[in-house]
Design a protein around this ligand. Structure first.
Ligand code: ADP
Ligand code: MG
Length: 622
């Protein structure tokens, strides 16, 4: 009998474990789910608030607090209070050493190439463990609020996160007891929250502007057939609302004639000023004047002054938008939608300048600090199968590979590989002096490429002329989280390189995938024999090519009889080739091989003897 559970919070029957969406932010984190009315909603557990500051505090007795409570310790116990751990996720010490002063806690590693650790008291923590603690807090809040187990999640990361940072995020989820079904790009999630990309027919270009607490990024996305592609990203990992707070605090310090060196020794006052500055900034989002007293300091700020203070920072973000457009080879006119993300986009000047730059109204109907989590919940809902109309890839449904000799499919990424994934293989040339190599990319399960779906074809040009088999061509397939396949071909000896990108899921439906899989099963036996025949033919062709080249170059080393025999055996093999009988081809290959093997040895001997006389022979041995 199937188990039916009832969600006590919503009173509805719950078919399955709920999947939550999590925004694991640098400054704040939050968790969202899809409510019974099918709307995404952020979780506010027991009125603790929606935003969970991404801060972890380690108390003297080993007690760990996360969120608002932990944030209090930023002033009183900075060494044991970890903030901005997201900046360290999946990073090595070499990556972060330039800004280690930013952290008030100890970031270390003995080996600069391995991942960083954080020292708290006499214990070491990895950023994965610390992020895991934040995720665990979110999981518990969700469980408490929804009164159900939460074991599966979608977690968002910035679009510019690399593989190592994405993997670290997954691992953090695992530590928190979450099965991370998908890592989603933050701008993708934000777009989903606005329903962009949910209509498979629509093609749109979107700019997502994300100004958070300490980081800024802008991404240009293209949506096609429900697939998101990141065309470009730009930004500054040290620009955000904190800079606004700092500018305000500095202004007050100036206005009140506060001695800066004295203030530098008073950490608590410095921090209190910063917090007051943040309060003023937020207040000015809905009123025009802020006027309060902190100890003996007058904290007065009107909106006009505030906007003057932050103008240079906001201008910087606009320059980034310009660069992002340039990298995507687009202009403002190509952008169909602009989505505002991050708490700092509540500031009027930011909204106005972004809207002016793009020349259109921006999406800010949803809370900008919630929109990423809301979109993650939508994505979770899609993965749960509740929105079957869209195909958002989790695993690659069909194998991806390239064409090799004789029209065979050589699979590089097998079907059902989890994405993102990466795989590669080395190839070489089949002809002497070959300077170009055709690389044709296919998708499907059949042995013959002609039965599969062609995705791309390009040529690696400029390979230096070398004997067949000498060039080493690495072909790498990189399939990212958005389902974009990047194919890189590099000739290792010369460094010649070529790269293309394709969308394997473009124009493919579930039905077609199913059909292709069925075909591969029904044709399995025929395919195997076809492959074996082609492999035999390819081997024979290579053999004929080599033998004919041999006769051209080294014919003088053979007797007339031997030359005639070789030619005749070669002709017999050619005849066998067209017979389509793989056993016959193999037999003739063996015969030709047995005949010519001693000749090759003879050439070797001559080469060695000649070399010992200090001369080299033309053609040489390979
Ligand atoms: P992150 O993505 O970096 O975790 P958030 O998107 O939560 O950060 O943004 C946090 C920033 O938003 C902080 O600098 C905070 O001061 C700022 N912020 C929050 N509310 C407002 C507001 N009403 N006006 C201006 N800035 C705000
Ligand atoms: Mg954010």
């Amino acid at each position: 009998m199937a188990k039916v559970s009832i969600n006590l919070a919503t009173g509805s029957i719950q078919k399955e474990d709920i999947i939550v969406g999590i925004d694991l932010g640098t400054t704040n984190s939050l968790v969202a789910f899809i409510d019974p009315d099918k709307n995404p909603r952020v979780i506010n557990d027991a009125g603790k608030g929606v935003l969970v500051p991404s801060v972890v505090h380690f108390g003297p007795t080993g007690d760990i607090t996360v969120g608002n409570e932990a944030k209090e310790f930023l002033i009183s116990d900075p060494q044991n209070t970890i903030f901005s751990v997201k900046r360290l996720l999946g990073r090595s010490y070499a990556d972060v050493k330039d800004y280690q002063n930013f952290f008030s806690y100890k970031v270390i590693d003995d080996d600069t190439e391995s991942l960083v650790k954080i020292k708290v008291g006499d214990k070491f923590y990895t950023p994965i463990e610390l992020s895991g603690l934040i995720l665990k807090e979110l999981k518990e809040r969700a469980e408490h609020a929804l009164k159900t187990n939460v074991t599966r999640a979608v977690i968002t990361v910035p679009a510019y996160f690399n593989d190592s940072q994405r993997q670290a995020t997954r691992d953090a989820g695992k530590l928190a007891g979450l099965d991370v079904l998908r890592i989603v790009n933050e701008p993708t999630a934000a777009s989903l929250a606005y329903g962009l990309g949910l209509n498979p027919e629509e093609t749109k270009t979107i700019a997502v502007y994300d100004l958070g607490g300490g980081t800024f990024d802008v991404s240009i996305l293209q949506i096609q057939n429900g697939i998101f592609e990141v065309l470009s990203t730009n930004g500054d990992t040290f620009l955000g609302g904190d800079d606004f707070d700092r500018a305000i605090a500095d202004y007050w310090i100036e206005k009140n004639n506060i001695d800066k060196t004295e203030l530098a020794n008073n950490r608590e006052l410095t921090q209190a000023l910063r917090l007051k500055a943040e309060e003023a900034k937020k207040a000015l989002s809905h009123q025009s004047l802020f006027n309060e007293k902190l100890c003996e300091i007058w904290c007065t700020l009107d909106r006009e002054t505030f906007e003057k203070l932050i103008l240079p920072k906001v201008q910087q973000t606009i320059a980034s938008c310009q660069n992002a457009l340039k990298d995507a080879k687009l202009t403002v006119a190509d952008i169909d939608e602009v989505v505002m993300v991050g708490g700092s986009t509540r500031t009027d000047l930011v909204k106005k300048m972004v809207s002016d730059f793009f020349g259109r109204d921006v999406h800010n109907e949803l809370n900008p600090d919630e929109v990423v989590a809301l979109g993650a919940a939508v994505q979770a809902d899609v993965l749960a199968g509740n929105r079957s109309d869209i195909l958002l890839l989790d695993v690659t449904p069909l194998s991806l590979g390239i064409e090799t000799m004789g029209g065979l499919m050589d699979t590089i990424i097998p079907r059902n590989s989890k994405i993102p994934t990466k795989a590669g293989r080395q190839y070489t040339t089949s002809k002497d002096g070959q300077v170009n190599m055709k690389i044709a990319v296919y998708q499907g399960e059949r042995d013959l490429i002609k039965e599969n779906r062609k995705l791309a074809e390009f040529e690696l040009k400029g390979i230096p002329a070398m004997p067949a088999g000498f060039p080493k061509v690495d072909i790498n397939f990189i399939l990212n989280a958005d389902g974009i396949l990047k194919i890189q071909a590099i000739e290792l000896r010369s460094g010649v390189k070529q790269e293309v990108e394709v969308k394997p899921a473009y124009g493919i439906t579930d039905d077609l995938v199913e059909q292709m899989l069925m075909d591969s099963i029904t044709n399995a036996k025929d395919d195997v024999s076809a492959r074996m025949l082609i492999e035999a033919k390819t081997e024979a062709e290579q053999m004929i090519y080599t033998v004919e080249r041999f006769l051209e170059k080294n014919g003088q080393l053979l007797s007339e009889q031997e030359t005639n025999d070789t030619k005749q055996y070669t002709e017999t093999l050619k005849a066998a080739l067209s017979s389509g009988d793989k056993d016959l081809i193999h037999a003739k290959i063996d015969e030709l091989n047995n005949l010519t093997r001693p000749f090759a040895e003879r050439v070797m001997d001559v080469a060695i003897a000649t070399a010992m006389k200090g001369k080299s022979i033309e053609g040489g041995t390979e």
